[in-house]
Design a protein around this ligand. Sequence first.
Ligand SMILES: [Zn+2]
Ligand SMILES: [Zn+2]
Length: 368
Amino acid sequence: MGEIKAVVMEKTDGQIGLALKTFPEPELEPGGVLLRTLYSEVCGTDVHLLKGQLAGVPYPIIPGHVNVGIIEKMNGIVKDINCIPFQIGDEVVFLDVHETCHACWYCLVAKASTRCPSRKVYGITYSAGEGLLGGWSQKIYLKPGVKIVKLPDGLTPKDFIAGGCGAPTGLHAVERATIKLNDTVVVQGSGPVGVFAAVFSMLSGAGKVIVADPAKKRLQTAKTFDVDHTVDAASSEDRIAEVLKHTQQRGADVTIEASGNPKAVPEGLQMTRDNGTYVIVGQYTDAGDVPINPHWQINKKHIDIRGTWGTDFSHFYKTVQLMAKHNKRFNWQRLISNVYGLEDVAAAVDDVENFNVFKAVIAPGEDR
Ligand SMILES: [Zn+2]
Ligand SMILES: [Zn+2]
């Protein structure tokens, strides 16, 4: 059995850094699956992880929460949700969230499984001491019960990773928004979550989709996804004015915040019409406080404000199917800016942090 190379994010003397390490090939429990990693990604969360901005992370970890690989080994018969057994050599993806208990108050009574206190996430809340549980590794161990999906026809591994975790996150935000036919939707932020929120809004029947982002370079990508208008004004006042201009001065029916900047929230409330819906999905880490006027911006506006936390299997599964169906139209692969090997992961994180790239993909094998 050969050694497996993986990048570990570890804490030494209070400093978080990256190191290339080797691990032995794991023993598979009954129902366990070993993947040869084809692609992983660097998403904004990984940048936050390296800065120590997420609570409850058990460093050292092997990052990489959304991944695609080939089944190399299985212990016993493992089946998909349609009871079809997986085969060695299948190209598969899997939901990064595992151990949702389906037995606690949040899971059973509130039906809010993304707030289940038992859930663990590959590449984020599993430690490297627990095994190959992240994608910045030549192999990934899928514990028994991990929800696996075989890539459908029309979606290659590279097409899938081009969506990365932004795709199911965008889909969840759009579900929270309950878009109605012909609604005008504003998306704040044009990173991966913003682009997928815009695309899934279109597929949900939006009449007009407007993407607002002062970062002109990032907005270029959104422009190529058939959005109706882009707003790149430098000041908040000008961006609000431009959205109002496109909406008969009323504001959007639905606004989706996918920027990560707390200042986007009061701005987004101003961009939304009275009795409209405001969905927040970009505030995944605590980036600070922001003043809001509860009278003008919430109460009198009669506005519906919704948060969005994590993804469950339904978001992941639907994303994979929709990406396959619409791959010809959107050509997802063009979202990938650069593919990096394991030895170049630090550069990849740097490029994501500095917005040099739209999507940074990690290829732990030779398939670059
Ligand atoms: Zn639970
Ligand atoms: Zn992510």
